[in-house]
Each structure stands twice: as C-alpha cells, then as structure tokens.
Design a protein around this ligand. Structure first.
Ligand code: ATP
Length: 457
C-alpha cells in the first residue's frame, strides 16, 4: 500500500482550494483553518450523509440544533467546569508549551493518563525529560488548564455574566431530553442527534485540521433501557465503522480499539474508538463510541431539579435511560477521507497524475462538463444547465481536454463529460471515469439517471 507524506497531502489541499490558512492576510491565527471552495463542499457532503444515514433513514432517531452558549450550570453538572482540564507545562528556556501527559508519553512511552499534576512533575524529573524543541530540562510545574473558552453575555463583564462556548454538542441534547419526548412520538429506544460547532482551547493543537480549537461535531445520543446498553453499543460501533467503509476508506487503514479498564471514563461501561492510520501517527482517533450509562441524565436532573426519567408506556415502569454515544468530528472524517483518497500514478506516456479517489457521494464536484472546442460551448452549456438542477457539476472550456481531465482528477471529480462533434449527430457524450480512465458513450437523455446511480451512497 502506498503511503504519502503528510506535508505533500496538506500542500495539495492548500493548492487546490480545499483548505486555506485562517486569517491569512493578517499573518494567520495559530492553528485556525478556513475551508475553501472545495473543502466547504466536502464538509457539507459529509454532514449531509451523516444526517441522512444516522437521522433521517434511521426510524429510531430525530435531529435537533441547540445553542452554542448554554446556561453555565450545564457545565457544573457535567463536571466540565471542575474537571475538563489537561495539565500543561512550559519550557522556561524557549517558552514552548506542552500537554504534560503527551510530553511524558512521547519521551518515555509510559502513559501519564489520570496522573495528578504533582505526579507528572515527578515523572518529568525522574526521567530527566527535555524540551523537544530546545533540548533543555527546565520546565515550570504542571498546572491544570481548563479547555473551555470563556466569554461574557450582555454588557457587563462580571462573574455573573460568564458563559462558555460549548466544548461538545451532546449537552444540548441531554438538556432537551424532555422537550424531544414531549414533541415527538418516540419511545425508548430512540436517539437524538445534532451537528454543530464545538470549541476547546487545546494546549497543543496541530497536525493540520486533526486537532483544532474550533471544530464541528456530529453526535448521537441513543437512549435505551438499562441492560440493553451493551447490545446498542455494539450496534453503533458497527454502524459507524460501516459508514466509514461505505465512504470508500480502505479497511487496512482502519481499526476499532476498545478502551481498557484504566482508560475508561469513570461513568462509562464500554468505549471504543475507530482509528485511522494517519500519515503523521500510527493510529489516530476518528470516532469515539461510548456507553455513558445514565450519568448525563442523572447529573442534569440533580443540578436542574427537573425530572429526566422515562415512564415505559406499556409497563409503567419508571427509570433513567442509559445512553450510547457515537461522537465524531467532521474535520477528522474530512482528514481521513482525503488522506485515504490521495494518490499519484504514472501514466503510460510517462506523465504523472495526481488523483483523489473520493467516493462520488462526498466528492465536491460530481461531474465536469467539457466542450471539446469552444465552438461547442452553447451545446455543452445546455447539458450543464440541465444537470445543475440535480448535482453540483462544473463547466470547463479552458485548455486541452487532457489538461481538464488532470485538473479534475486532482480535485477528485469522479466524471468528466465531453461534448464533441459526434454529439451533434448522435445526441450522446463521452463520460470518462476518474479512477479507471475508461471512457464510454452515454445518450444525453440518459445522463441524469446514469450519474444518479453512480453517485448513490
Ligand atoms: P482527545 O483525547 O484526542 O483530546 P477526546 O477523546 O477528548 O479527544 P471526544 O471528546 O471523545 O475526544 O470527542 C469526540 C470526537 O470529536 C473525537 O473522536 C474527534 O473526532 C472530535 N474531536 C475532539 N476534539 C477535537 C479537536 N480538538 N479537533 C478536531 N476534532 C476533535
């Protein structure tokens, strides 16, 4: 299997307009990225597919769209105000900042998960860990750093007006549990999903869009009867894995890793991560699936004093539902998809082509309509005008047809449709497949159905 350098993939994404540096004209903002013309389509397609598969097509599930700013009591209930912190250390020599657990793990291979800041200081001392940047051993003490972004609501910047940008979307679901029950006819088991921005003031963001401070999450909270939770946990691990597989990601680059007892959150009965072999690391988390038991609903009940129990309409039994959560970041899926799709091939004539083997359902541009020569533009335009009603297609009349194919291969357009002089006679066009480069003649009248079948997820 070919592996490409991460830098090469990143520079391809920047050059083709998938991703731009954030605030570039002002010198950028560290680790912030904007999604460009193609990137915004890829993101939208990923989100649309998730929504379609996890919400619309699943008879158990519904979707909501909750606010980013929430009553700060939410974060007391969840423990984020107290516990949502990583320990950080600064190098006194070169001022580089590190997450203490990562610094220790990278230097020694020993996990520092769950260690107190004092224990981490001791580990840094005992192993004589040095700064990866300047090579000196001169760190500040480890201190906890809350990952939530703080801001103020209204005109007064005082303690009473403090609010936080949500660090995860799921809490907007838990606090609406009763509202969804009241306004839907859902019965347990059922799920509530949403897509939205989350914010974490990560100490060490990086690896391009893998770890950022502002990202989008797609989360589903699936509520079930206690005792049924592990069955649903397995169900959702499989569903998420299959979703990735159907998007065309190669299985040899995927694995499901179950958390062992030590790694599990104290409220979780089972957690598994779907991981991808990113070019910059052995395995990186893409999707986390967790059995969160009844922890969230119970905590919100306790802090809000609102009853979040469920009454079974058949048995009248009252209980707090258990919850299984598949949680994924859109940027992580994006990065996995493009790393997996990126490829370089040498053609028979010795020319090199860069190609992104994106699944047609996620590809930003579904087809490019190319008149063979400019004289045929009005005829080819008619095809474009018709197809654009159904798909995101583009029109390209610049340069030789060969050049236009290369351009579209590089951005992952699955089909190029050429209108030539024969088209005037046979009312057909040549459709060229990006991956096989095989060309076939298709009647213009059949084009829409032809593409629909090919693009289907
Ligand atoms: P980590 O341990 O890597 O910080 P986490 O286990 O805290 O991550 P979760 O809270 O489980 O992550 O978040 C669920 C999903 O949200 C992750 O699987 C990932 O896809 C995405 N995600 C989390 N943090 C970030 C981030 N900083 N940038 C991009 N995506 C993120």
């Amino acid at each position: 299997m070919k592996r490409y350098a991460f830098d090469e993939i990143v520079s391809h994404l920047k050059n083709t307009g998938y991703v731009y540096q954030g605030s570039e004209i002002y010198g950028g903002l560290s680790n912030s990225w904007d999604f460009g013309i193609l990137g915004s389509y890829l993101k939208k397609n990923i989100k649309d597919l998730w929504w379609r598969e996890f919400i619309e097509k699943n008879p158990n599930n519904v979707g909501i769209d909750s606010a980013i700013l929430m009553n700060p009591k939410t974060w007391e209930a969840t423990g984020h105000l107290k516990g949502f912190s990583d320990s950080m250390v600064d190098c006194k020599e070169c001022k580089s900042r590190y997450r203490a657990d990562q610094l220790i793990e990278e230097a020694t291979g020993i996990s520092a998960d769950g260690k107190t800041p004092e224990e981490m200081d001791e580990m840094i001392e005992n192993h004589n860990i040095v700064c990866p940047k300047c090579g000196k051993h001169n760190f500040t003490n480890a201190r906890p750093f809350n990952l939530m972004f703080k801001t103020y609501i209204g005109t007064l910047e005082d303690a009473k007006s403090v609010v936080y940008l949500r660090p995860e979307t799921c809490q907007g679901i838990f606090v609406n549990f009763n509202n969804v029950l009241r306004t839907s006819r859902k019965k347990i088991p059922f799920g509530i999903g949403q897509i939205g921005k989350s914010f974490r003031n990560e100490i060490t963001p990086g690896n391009f869009i893998f770890r950022v401070r502002e990202f989008e999450q797609m989360e589903l909270e699936f509520f079930c009867e206690p005792g049924e939770d592990l069955k649903w946990f397995e169900y959702w691990v499989d569903a998420c894995y299959n979703f990735i597989k159907r998007m065309g990601v190669k299985e040899e680059n995927l694995r499901v890793r179950a958390h062992d007892q030590k790694e599990l959150s104290f409220y979780s009965k089972a957690t598994s991560d779907i991981e991808y072999a990113f070019p910059f690391t052995d395995w990186g988390e893409v999707w986390g699936i967790a059995d969160r038991t009844d922890y969230d609903l119970k905590r919100h009940s306790e802090y809000s004093k609102v009853n979040l129990n469920y009454r079974d309409p058949n048995t009248n039994e009252v209980y707090t539902p258990y919850c299984v959560e598949p949680s994924v970041g859109v940027e992580r899926l994006f990065l996995m998809i493009v790393c997996d799709a990126y490829d370089k091939e040498t053609l028979e004539n010795g020319e090199e082509r860069v190609v992104m083997h994106l699944h047609p359902a996620v590809a930003p541009v579904k087809a490019c309509i190319c008149p063979l020569v400019k004289k045929l533009t009005p005829n080819a335009r008619e095809i474009f005008d018709d197809l654009i009603n159904e798909f995101h297609v583009e029109f390209d009349e610049a340069g030789t047809v060969g050049k236009r194919y290369r351009r579209n291969d590089a951005i992952g357009t699955p089909y190029c449709i050429t209108y030539d002089f024969d088209s005037l006679e046979d009312n057909a066009v040549t459709v060229r497949d990006r991956d096989t480069m095989v060309q076939e003649r298709v009647k213009i009248a059949d084009l829409k159905d032809y593409l629909k079948k090919k693009i289907e997820f």
